[in-house]
Ligand binder design. Structure first.
Ligand SMILES: NC(=O)c1ccc[n+]([C@@H]2O[C@H](COP(=O)([O-])OP(=O)(O)OC[C@H]3O[C@@H](n4cnc5c(N)ncnc54)[C@H](OP(=O)(O)O)[C@@H]3O)[C@@H](O)[C@H]2O)c1
Length: 235
């Protein structure tokens, strides 16, 4: 698993209390080559809360002091329904400023600020992988259905953020791999109300599959958007 990373690599999972994030962290903790696998979320110490952006800088500083470099950064945060309990929009008539702002804050701005805080911990002269959980519905080219406007648009923004980060990281280190991932439909608090039991995998299966996809990526694929089958998704 993650064979291209150095022996004794350090890993950080942001969103480690989520269904997929917890499963990724659990898998990393079974990897003998992984020296440290740290989970961060709103419930950990230090806590990471996108509504309190300083928490990202504080958490990154702590990891820098504790780990030095990190070679694997996995961002597993996200929301689908907004906190007011409203379902994802089926039409523009249902859009509210609050739900748009919240989806962009958690799904796009939060990961962008996480990258800003944690990028200085990525190695300059060794391979590393940065991955963020996006969603296929964030693809403009694949959008034949419409709806879920705030979620789709915030994931499209996340994809642009990840692609832009990949360019910056690739300039500093030609061994960089920084990608967006679509995990499939996985049973979780986020998906349960909307997935109609059409789950592709369990969270643990998903974690194994995504780690395998990431293991097979090379720096030539830096900046891409991949699904759980390892297939590139159109932007
Ligand atoms: N499940 C699916 O079928 C599916 C499909 C496509 C894409 N995805 C994407 O995969 C990612 C993870 O989904 P999941 O199913 O594992 O969801 P989940 O179980 O609901 O986990 C969501 C995670 O996001 C964190 N989070 C929410 N608001 C936050 C905030 N303000 N600050 C920091 N962290 C916050 C949660 O932390 P707390 O524990 O503190 O709330 C939790 O760790 C999401 O980006 C989702 O869009 C999932």
């Amino acid at each position: 698993m993650l064979e291209k990373l150095p022996d004794g690599y350090n890993a950080v999972v942001i969103g480690s209390t989520g269904e997929i994030g917890a499963a990724i962290l659990g898998r990393l903790r079974t990897d003998k080559r992984c020296a440290n696998a740290i989970g961060l979320s709103r419930g950990t110490i230090p806590a990471v809360d996108y509504n309190a952006p300083d928490s990202l800088q504080d958490a990154a500083m702590q990891q820098k002091a504790g780990l030095g470099e990190i070679h694997f950064l996995f961002i597993a945060t996200g929301i689908l329904a907004s906190s007011d309990g409203a379902s994802p929009e089926k039409a523009f008539s249902q859009l509210t400023q609050e739900s748009l702002s919240e989806e962009f804050a958690i799904n796009a701005s939060g990961p962008a600020l996480a990258l800003s805080a944690f990028m200085p911990l990525l190695p300059r002269n060794a391979p590393f992988i940065v991955a963020s959980l996006s969603a296929r519905v964030g693809s403009i080219g694949d959008n034949g259905l419409g709806g879920w406007i705030s979620y789709r648009a915030s994931k499209a923004a996340l994809n642009q953020i990840m692609h832009t980060a990949a360019i910056e990281l690739g300039r500093k280190n030609d061994q960089a791999v920084c990608v967006s991932l679509h995990p499939g439909t996985i049973e979780s608090d986020l998906s349960r109300p909307f997935a109609r039991d059409r789950f592709t995998h369990t969270a643990d299966e998903c974690a194994a599959i995504l780690l395998s996809v990431l293991s097979n990526l090379t720096p030539a694929q830096n900046g891409g958007f991949f699904d759980y089958a390892g297939e590139e998704i159109v932007w």
